[in-house]
Design a protein around this ligand. Sequence first.
Ligand SMILES: *Cc1c(COP(=O)(O)O)cnc(C)c1O
Length: 345
Amino acid sequence: MRQLVRNNILALKPYSSARSEYNGKQATVCLDANENPYGVLINRYPDPLQTDLKHMIATAKQVSPECIFLGNGSDEAIDLVYRIFCEPRMDNVVAIDPTYGMYEVCADINDVEYRKVSLDRQFQLDADRLLAACDDKTKVVFICTPNNPTGNDMNREAVLKVINTFDGIVVVDEAYSDFSQLRPLRLELNDHPHMIVLNTFSKAYGCAAIRLGMAFAAPPIVDLFNKVKYPYNVNLLTQQRAADLLQNEMLKVHQRINMILEERTTMMKAFAMLPVCKEVYPSDANFFLAKVTDANKIYNYLVDKGIIVRNRTNVHMCGNCLRITIGTKEENARLLGALRILTNP
Ligand SMILES: *Cc1c(COP(=O)(O)O)cnc(C)c1O
């Protein structure tokens, strides 16, 4: 691990907040953090390590609390990976292509070379080609499964081959794993000390607005995240709303996941029958990618009708493709209705 971490991060003496020096809930006089003594509920700084929430997430996700980092969306964890492991203008990262755009944006912001390895024609990961793109300056590999924007699970054997062969950090983004039949890789954390698995409250948990992302990794990696993150990176309202969801709403969450999965089947069949549709690609997520006759035209036509989908036509391998999120029955019916009456597409 020492060889993978940037020297400035190894040497870093982290900021020590008032709330981390004394995390005593029993205290009755708190004059240590220059807070305002007047006010209720939100006048005190929140727990910087979100201890209570992590215990609840540990139960829900079957991961031990020491293996959990929480951030302001998974995007915070992605950025921290660069800041912890990648020396700007020296190191590089390798990722599948096409994939989630934030890996490349964060590479550019951190001035780290971003190497893309194309998926094959079935949108599958080729482990040997990905490993061949790595060299002694490759610190991190990014694999998103199910992948965004293609929607499909990456072949598990290929992912494991990368994890077991590559010497650096492998980030496996499982933002959509609740919609997949595959066993989540976060359950195999103990076997892979250099793997970081990303999860989020934004998709299956239905809480995109509270901005809460999770990274699961071995404790030495979680310690590095904690050292580099902003002291109070997850606000109290977010911690409380997430705890409430985990305590009271998980039945509803699972019912909604099932509804979305049923709707996905119906929707993909119906979409494939549309005159504008050329191909619907397999999905293990809460969206699917479809090739249409003219993505730009159809995208603009839908915008005029107040229906927004994601136009991916300029993305590698996604020419004339739209990415369509599974909505409510009513939303899906409106999309299909609008496209059925589209003549001369
Ligand atoms: C939506 C998404 C996320 C979630 O990001 P948040 O910052 O947690 O909202 C992460 N990874 C992928 C691949 C996504 O599509």
